[in-house]
Structures are given as structure tokens and as C-alpha cells.
Write a protein that binds this ligand. Structure first.
Ligand SMILES: [Ca+2]
Ligand SMILES: [Zn+2]
Length: 291
């Protein structure tokens, strides 16, 4: 199937390459929708991100025959209705709220996050940066960046997209924390922990890519830049390869390597490999006394 379509596109390109009409350059770019399922080690996480896990499922089939009495639980509220007017939702900028509602994945993930008691906190973190804190179940967004976006002085031309991508990345962390889609082996050592943390970053970034892709596939004018441990220029080719080969493991492993090898200024080379990078940071994290 893949070979066939690859051959077709090769034939199409080669047969028209020397007679390209000027009109063809006006065609909007084709945005490929991410596959609904993938195989490999991280397929379970993928399904969870896509919205296939964690749902409460259909209720008893004969429920609708019963009149709703005072003892009955309230009917479930859909995610969009739940977010509408929610004080935590309104901590996002108007544009970020609109993007959330345009993405079914982001809508469901954010509603689930808030239903689990999750909160948005605006605090000083550095421009365009965000963080998920599993202990308090909060997504922390940089206060200064959010204030500049609200005031309409974002600076970077894609400032709001960058912040939205960071937010969608943190949503990925929240999903991973709330589900058992990618758990840490409690008997793992510090190297296992570093691996787990790098993979967690890669998976959360993939979640943000899935959401950005969902938005762009529905409306090609929406351009959310990829970021995190490598800018859009480094990440976009990995994502484009995934859209063709559907090899989610390759995408995750490539991004996880980028995370592991990312410099950690001011840190200590704890694994003695001559480099000071995120692996060392995660090892330090593992060695630190925990409450
Ligand atoms: Ca090192
Ligand atoms: Zn992260």
C-alpha cells in the first residue's frame, strides 16, 4: 500500500515535472492527517493521546428509558460545554482558547485535566516556557509571556503559536500522569529514570505535534510552530517522516535522543561521558532525596 502510493506520487511528479503550469503553485499545501492507529512500543500512548483511552465508555443501554430522578447522577457534560466559561479555561488567551476548542484532542484532554482537579498557574518561568507539575497537577505558563500576548505585544511573530505548543506539550504530560499509558518501572535505576524522563518529554512533544497537526489539517492557515529541545526546523522533518511511514517509535526515539543530548548548562557530568546534558540532570533528579 505504501509502495503503491509512493510509486503513484513518483509517477505523478515525474510525468509533470517538465510541464508545470504556473497555476499549480497556487494550490494550498496538502496537510496529511495523522494516522488513527500506529504499531510499536508506544502505540498505547498514541491511542491515549488520540482520545481512545480513559473515556468512561457508553452507559447502560437502557438508561434513556428511565426518567431522571433526584437520585440519578447528572447527565454527562460534553468537553466543550464543560470548558465554556470555566475560570481555568479563561486563563488562556482568547486565541489559545479558540485553538483548544478547534482541536477535539485538546478539548478532551484539557476538560479531563480540569475534571481531575488540574489548574492553570501563571508564574515567572522564562519567555514562552511552561511546565507541568505532577505533584500539584498544575500546568504553569510563563506569566510575562501570557501578559504580553493578552496586551497584543507578543514580540515573536508566532508568539501565540509557540505558547500554545508549549501548553499542548504540558497537556501531554498531564495525560501521561493521569493514565498508566507510560508508567515508570518502580524498580528502575537512575539510567532507567533518565530514559523514562527523556521518553516522557518526547511523548509530550508528540502530543503537541498531533494537536498542531489536527488544527492545521482542519484549517491550513493555522500555523503552530513546533518547539522544545530543538526548534521547528529540527522537529518538522521528523514529523513529516512520521506522516509518511507512521512509525511512531522512530519519532519518539529521535526526539528522546534530542532531549537526552540537550545541554544542561551549569550541571555536573554525573554519568561520566564527558558531556553535561539532560541525562545528567535526570540522574541528579533520581539521586535527590524525595519527600
Ligand atoms: Ca554526562
Ligand atoms: Zn515537558
Amino acid at each position: 500500500m505504501e509502495v503503491q502510493s509512493g510509486l503513484n506520487s513518483y509517477l505523478r511528479v515525474s510525468s509533470t515535472s517538465d510541464m508545470v503550469s504556473p497555476n499549480t503553485t497556487d494550490l494550498p499545501p496538502v496537510v496529511v492527517t495523522a494516522p488513527s492507529t500506529v504499531s510499536g512500543s508506544y502505540s498505547g500512548v498514541y491511542i491515549t493521546f488520540m482520545g481512545g483511552g480513559g473515556g468512561s465508555g457508553p452507559g447502560p443501554v437502557d438508561d434513556h428509558e428511565q426518567p431522571i430522578g433526584p437520585e440519578d447522577p447528572p447527565p454527562p457534560v460534553d468537553s466543550k460545554t464543560f470548558l465554556d466559561g470555566h475560570p481555568q479555561f479563561e486563563k488562556l488567551t482568547q486565541q489559545m482558547q479558540a485553538w483548544v476548542l478547534q482541536s477535539e484532542k485538546a478539548t478532551n484532554q484539557f476538560a479531563d485535566f480540569l475534571k481531575s482537579g488540574g489548574q492553570i498557574v501563571l508564574a515567572d518561568r522564562g519567555a514562552y516556557s511552561a511546565r507541568y507539575d505532577p505533584n500539584s497537577n498544575t500546568i504553569i505558563l510563563d506569566k510575562g509571556t501570557m501578559e504580553r500576548l493578552v496586551a497584543g505585544v507578543g514580540g515573536h511573530p508566532q508568539a501565540e503559536g509557540l505558547m500554545f505548543f508549549a501548553f499542548a506539550h504540558e497537556l501531554g504530560h498531564a495525560v501521561l500522569a493521569a493514565t498508566s499509558a507510560y508508567p515508570f518501572n518502580p524498580y528502575g535505576n537512575e539510567i532507567d529514570w533518565a530514559e523514562f524522563r527523556s521518553k516522557n518529554e518526547a511523548l509530550s512533544n508528540a502530543n503537541a505535534m498531533l494537536i498542531a497537526n489536527e488544527l492545521q489539517a482542519a484549517d491550513p492557515s493555522i500555523q503552530i510552530p513546533f518547539s522544545g529541545y530543538g526548534g521547528d526546523q529540527a522537529l518538522r522533518p521528523l514529523w513529516n517522516a512520521f506522516l509518511i511511514d507512521h512509525d511512531f517509535d522512530s519519532l519518539i526515539n529521535a526526539m528522546s535522543d534530542m532531549v537526552s543530548n540537550y545541554p544542561w548548562p551549569g550541571g555536573v557530568d554525573l554519568n561520566g561521558d564527558g558531556f553535561i546534558n539532560q541525562i545528567d540532570r535526570y540522574i541528579e533528579e533520581f539521586r535527590a532525596p524525595r519527600p
